[in-house]
Design a protein around this ligand. Structure first.
Ligand SMILES: [Zn+2]
Length: 103
Protein backbone atom coordinates (compact mmCIF):
# COMPACT_ATOMS: atom_id res chain seq x y z
CA UNK A 1 0.00 0.00 0.00
CA UNK A 2 1.45 3.37 -1.00
CA UNK A 3 1.42 6.54 1.06
CA UNK A 4 -1.26 7.91 -1.27
CA UNK A 5 -3.40 4.79 -0.76
CA UNK A 6 -3.07 5.14 3.02
CA UNK A 7 -3.89 8.84 2.80
CA UNK A 8 -6.97 8.17 0.65
CA UNK A 9 -8.10 5.42 3.02
CA UNK A 10 -7.69 7.75 6.00
CA UNK A 11 -9.65 10.46 4.19
CA UNK A 12 -12.46 8.03 3.30
CA UNK A 13 -12.53 6.79 6.89
CA UNK A 14 -12.79 10.36 8.15
CA UNK A 15 -15.57 11.08 5.64
CA UNK A 16 -17.42 7.96 6.87
CA UNK A 17 -17.01 9.17 10.44
CA UNK A 18 -18.35 12.63 9.59
CA UNK A 19 -21.42 11.03 7.99
CA UNK A 20 -21.86 8.50 10.82
CA UNK A 21 -22.07 5.73 8.23
CA UNK A 22 -21.54 3.12 10.95
CA UNK A 23 -25.15 3.72 12.04
CA UNK A 24 -26.32 2.46 8.63
CA UNK A 25 -23.59 -0.13 8.08
CA UNK A 26 -24.46 -3.79 8.54
CA UNK A 27 -20.90 -4.99 9.08
CA UNK A 28 -20.46 -6.17 12.68
CA UNK A 29 -16.93 -4.71 12.92
CA UNK A 30 -18.19 -1.26 11.90
CA UNK A 31 -21.12 -1.39 14.28
CA UNK A 32 -18.98 -2.50 17.23
CA UNK A 33 -16.31 0.12 16.57
CA UNK A 34 -18.87 2.83 15.75
CA UNK A 35 -16.73 3.65 12.72
CA UNK A 36 -16.34 2.08 9.30
CA UNK A 37 -13.42 -0.30 9.55
CA UNK A 38 -11.14 -2.09 7.08
CA UNK A 39 -12.18 -0.74 3.65
CA UNK A 40 -14.16 2.47 4.18
CA UNK A 41 -14.74 2.76 0.41
CA UNK A 42 -16.95 -0.33 0.53
CA UNK A 43 -19.10 1.10 3.33
CA UNK A 44 -19.29 4.52 1.67
CA UNK A 45 -20.31 3.06 -1.68
CA UNK A 46 -23.18 1.16 -0.11
CA UNK A 47 -24.49 3.63 2.45
CA UNK A 48 -23.65 7.19 1.44
CA UNK A 49 -26.45 7.28 -1.19
CA UNK A 50 -28.88 6.87 1.74
CA UNK A 51 -27.72 10.14 3.30
CA UNK A 52 -29.44 13.36 2.24
CA UNK A 53 -27.52 15.24 -0.43
CA UNK A 54 -27.17 18.48 1.63
CA UNK A 55 -25.50 16.51 4.45
CA UNK A 56 -23.07 14.93 1.98
CA UNK A 57 -22.26 18.40 0.67
CA UNK A 58 -21.61 19.48 4.27
CA UNK A 59 -19.19 16.57 4.70
CA UNK A 60 -17.33 17.65 1.55
CA UNK A 61 -17.23 21.24 2.87
CA UNK A 62 -15.60 19.98 6.08
CA UNK A 63 -13.09 17.74 4.30
CA UNK A 64 -12.14 20.46 1.83
CA UNK A 65 -11.86 23.11 4.52
CA UNK A 66 -9.79 20.93 6.83
CA UNK A 67 -7.46 19.96 3.98
CA UNK A 68 -6.94 23.66 3.32
CA UNK A 69 -6.10 24.28 6.97
CA UNK A 70 -9.33 26.04 7.92
CA UNK A 71 -10.67 25.83 11.47
CA UNK A 72 -14.11 24.34 12.14
CA UNK A 73 -15.66 27.76 12.84
CA UNK A 74 -14.24 29.10 9.56
CA UNK A 75 -15.74 26.18 7.64
CA UNK A 76 -19.10 26.72 9.34
CA UNK A 77 -19.01 30.43 8.47
CA UNK A 78 -18.13 29.71 4.83
CA UNK A 79 -20.75 26.97 4.34
CA UNK A 80 -23.48 27.50 6.98
CA UNK A 81 -26.33 25.72 5.18
CA UNK A 82 -24.19 22.72 4.28
CA UNK A 83 -22.68 22.30 7.74
CA UNK A 84 -26.13 22.74 9.33
CA UNK A 85 -27.44 19.96 7.06
CA UNK A 86 -24.60 17.71 8.20
CA UNK A 87 -25.36 18.55 11.84
CA UNK A 88 -29.03 17.70 11.30
CA UNK A 89 -28.09 14.37 9.74
CA UNK A 90 -25.69 13.42 12.54
CA UNK A 91 -28.32 14.38 15.14
CA UNK A 92 -30.76 12.00 13.44
CA UNK A 93 -28.11 9.27 13.29
CA UNK A 94 -27.30 9.75 16.98
CA UNK A 95 -31.00 9.56 17.87
CA UNK A 96 -31.37 6.34 15.86
CA UNK A 97 -28.36 4.83 17.58
CA UNK A 98 -29.71 5.80 21.02
CA UNK A 99 -33.12 4.30 20.17
CA UNK A 100 -31.45 1.02 19.12
CA UNK A 101 -29.59 0.87 22.42
CA UNK A 102 -32.78 1.09 24.48
CA UNK A 103 -34.23 -2.22 25.63
ZN1 LIG B 1 -18.94 -0.08 7.58
Amino acid sequence: MTTTDRSNTALRRYASDLLWLHVLCGKPACRRARACMRNPRSCARRYSPMIPEPARVGMVAFLTGLQQGAAENEIRAAAPLETDALDQWTACAAAALAAKARP
